[in-house]
Design a protein around this ligand. Structure first.
Ligand SMILES: NC(=O)c1ccc[n+]([C@@H]2O[C@H](COP(=O)([O-])OP(=O)(O)OC[C@H]3O[C@@H](n4cnc5c(N)ncnc54)[C@H](OP(=O)(O)O)[C@@H]3O)[C@@H](O)[C@H]2O)c1
Length: 287
């Protein structure tokens, strides 16, 4: 029996869909912080269990009977090391046979603020003795669609990545990879640097927005401080603006680029090109 945490999140939902497509006969359990938000999963026949990383005493019972677990990293970066520790402890208690964990690309050398908690979780998994796979996911291409409407309206995409390359991939590609690894189980143990086949710069993102929207969009590179300020002026809360600007500047050195093509090998097809991700997103907004 397979289980997926963060089942009501974006990656979780896509992974469950991919898992069911891949292995229609298998039992997939959706682990949701708030099961009420998983009503549509339950309606489609997926077993839903309550699973809140912040309720450590309830985690082992929720994992009863689970052979393979996908631990989707919490979005609470400040607290997730402890949250993940609780999940791994519960998995050890009930004898889960395999864990796949969604980490970050090049976690061991990644300077971004999200990386230390991923490194800590990877270390906990190594120490647990449970067979495991580390899915070091690169950036979602969809990250660059946040604020795309403003960029198209103003004709300017802002950032502080310079000419840094980013091997982004669609969330659905990472989800398919997670499902493939979960389906393979302990035989797929290892560390995977997962990234899109195509590396793009933010000038390429601006060009894709321009091509798909039919409106001129150019990339304007700012210092990290000026980009944070611009985000704040656009209504992003100060702390989050600083985090986003830190990501953007941190990517300038190429840490989010990777030419290994491990992701396309895992999913058995090329990753979705940036232009297609942009086309689908703008089409869904227009619909
Ligand atoms: N590679 C990238 O570009 C990128 C970008 C953003 C995030 N990430 C990381 O990748 C993860 C998955 O991405 P995503 O797009 O699916 O993010 P998402 O849609 O925000 O999903 C995060 C999931 O974590 C769950 N969660 C948070 N706190 C929890 C808790 N205390 N107990 C149980 N579940 C909890 C959320 O539950 P609810 O559904 O109840 O909110 C949600 O299902 C994120 O959590 C983050 O660590 C990666």
């Amino acid at each position: 029996m397979f289980a997926i945490t963060g089942a009501t999140g974006q990656l979780g939902r896509l992974t469950i869909t991919s898992m069911i497509e891949r292995q229609p006969q298998s039992r997939v359990v959706a682990l949701a912080r708030d099961p009420a938000r998983a009503a549509n999963l339950a309606a489609s026949g997926v077993e839903v269990r309550a699973f809140d990383y912040d309720a450590p005493d309830a985690l082992a019972d929720a994992l009863a009977g689970i052979d393979r677990l996908l631990l989707i990293s919490s979005d609470d970066v400040a607290r997730r090391t402890d949250q993940h520790r609780a999940v791994i402890k519960a998995a050890t208690t009930v004898g889960v046979g395999f864990i796949a964990y969604t980490s970050v690309l090049h976690a061991d050398t990644n300077p971004l603020s999200v990386a230390p908690s991923h490194r800590a979780t990877e270390a906990m998994l190594r120490d647990s003795g449970i067979p495991h796979a580390i899915l070091r996911n690169g950036w979602y291409s969809e990250n660059y669609l946040i604020g795309a409407d403003a960029a198209i309206a103003q004709g300017t995409l802002l950032g502080s990545t310079g000419t840094g390359r980013i091997s982004g991939a669609a969330r659905a590609d990472y989800a398919e990879a997670a499902a493939a690894v979960l389906a393979a189980g302990a035989a797929a143990s290892g560390v995977y640097e997962l990234a899109g086949d195509e590396a793009f710069t933010l000038s390429d993102v601006a060009a894709a927005l321009a091509e798909v929207s039919g409106r001129p969009v150019v990339y304007c590179d700012l210092s990290e401080a000026n980009y944070a300020q611009a985000l704040e002026q656009g209504g992003v809360p100060a702390a989050f603006a600083a985090t986003l600007a830190g990501f953007s500047a941190g990517a300038a050195g190429g840490i989010l680029a990777d030419d290994s093509r491990a992701l396309s090998r895992l999913i058995g097809r090329p990753t979705m090109p940036l232009r297609e991700v942009v086309r689908r997103a703008l089409a869904s907004v227009a619909a």
